[in-house]
Design a protein around this ligand. Structure first.
Ligand SMILES: [Zn+2]
Length: 398
């Protein structure tokens, strides 16, 4: 098919479009997809691993504490210098939209938030950035965080983040969720919160959040990240929670790379994988996305902001290896992420939609995940924003 683009929009799709264009790309039949969406990354924390001590336990809690000192020393310049490198990598790897969490707490204050809001403006030509005000240290546990959350929203943060399982008791976790909905309604903002990011089967924030979503008429406006505890519930309770997620139209966002590394750390054997019940959620019709989460920080030493690499890891970790399951994984960073961000009216390869495309040097989705090949062209609003050409050569001597 030819794809005709004018004024940043797709205007025609046909086997052969006649006429002249200012620029013509011959994609040579390569896989062309709507540009990727990175739904979950922490740009304030990226590339900090060299300045912090190594984790002894490898647990989530220790990583959070390791970062306290680094957070105290954040400057706007420092956060921008690190974050911009990852925004550029995400674009080179095929994404034109990205959601980043930013810690909002009494340790680092609003410095990182200010930095990411500035980058959001500076990088609008290659990346639509949404900033999530994220109370990493809890809200009731961190006195003053609630006020900072409201300040972050005033400054221009787009989405309300959360971390209810961090609170001391189940009652306080519920209170945390109530506050999230209060702030979200005050600013008419969506919610994208870390929920039950733990192996603890008694962590039960998800079902309460689903109930509050329905009570507040927030169906379709809430994303729950990680949701690891769902994998540790007994099957009967898990079935109930999955049913509630569907009923409340909540998106579940999974972070396979970090979850594999951070969860299950206190297990001996059998050792849990830490991911939520990805396959069962997909089969139940829950909207599922995945993201990079971390790049070279106290939580995770790797990550190259390449959603095809993360998708490959997810396929392994969630055992989604049948052809239809591989397609489902690819949907998570395209159409499913677009649903979560509520941009479906402008997203996709159809006439009238925004021309955000990635042309991948692969014949099909399975090869895209298997080989993670060059993103030959990345297009945002009709303009080429990135080109990649790797060169390899084999020298035979027989
Ligand atoms: Zn996260």
């Amino acid at each position: 098919m030819d794809i005709g683009i004018e004024n940043g929009k797709i205007v025609k799709i046909a086997p052969r479009i006649k006429g002249r264009a200012r620029d013509v790309i011959d994609a040579m039949g390569r896989l062309t997809s709507p540009a990727f969406i990175e739904p979950h990354i922490h740009l304030d924390k990226v590339l900090t691993s060299e300045r912090v001590r190594a984790s002894e336990s490898g647990t989530l809690q220790e990583a959070i504490e390791i970062l306290w000192d680094a957070k105290r020393k954040y400057s706007v310049q420092d956060v921008k210098r690190r974050a911009r490198q990852i925004i550029e990598l995400e674009a080179l790897n095929g994404a034109t939209r990205l959601r980043t969490h930013v810690d909002v707490d009494t340790i680092g204050g609003l410095t990182a938030c200010r930095a990411l809001l500035e980058l959001k403006k500076n990088y609008a030509d290659i990346m639509d950035v949404q900033v999530i005000a994220f109370p990493q240290e809890g809200i009731l546990l961190d006195e003053g965080a609630e006020e900072l959350m409201r300040k972050a929203m005033e400054m221009g943060a787009d989405v309300v983040g959360g971390m209810p399982h961090a609170e001391m008791t189940r009652e306080l976790s519920m209170k945390h969720v109530d506050i999230l909905f209060d702030i979200a309604r005050e600013y008419n903002a969506d919610i994208d919160a870390h929920v039950d990011e733990t192996d603890d089967p008694s962590s039960r924030c998800m079902e309460y959040m689903a109930a509050k979503t329905i009570e507040n008429g927030y169906q379709g406006r809430v994303t729950a990240d990680h949701v690891c505890a769902l994998a540790s519930y007994d099957d009967c309770h898990a079935e109930k929670v999955i049913r509630l997620l569907k009923l409340a139209n909540i998106t579940v966002e999974t972070n396979p790379e970090t979850n594999l590394v951070v969860q299950g750390r206190l297990d001996t054997y059998p050792k849990r994988r830490g991911l939520t019940r990805v396959k069962e959620l997909v089969q139940s019709g829950v909207n599922v996305t995945y993201g990079q989460d971390c790049v070279s920080d106290a939580f995770y030493p790797f990550g190259k902001a390449d959603l095809l690499q993360t998708g490959f890891v997810l396929s392994l970790a969630a055992q989604m290896t049948a052809p239809s399951e591989i397609e489902a994984v690819f949907d998570m960073i395209t159409i499913n992420a677009a649903k979560a961000m509520r941009i479906i009216p402008e997203y996709g390869i159809q006439v009238g939609k925004r021309a955000d495309l990635v042309i991948i040097d692969a014949a099909n989705v399975s090869d895209a995940l298997r080989l993670q090949p060059d993103r030959l062209w990345v297009i945002k609003e009709g303009r080429v924003i990135a080109e990649n050409r790797s060169s390899r050569k084999l020298l035979r001597h027989s």
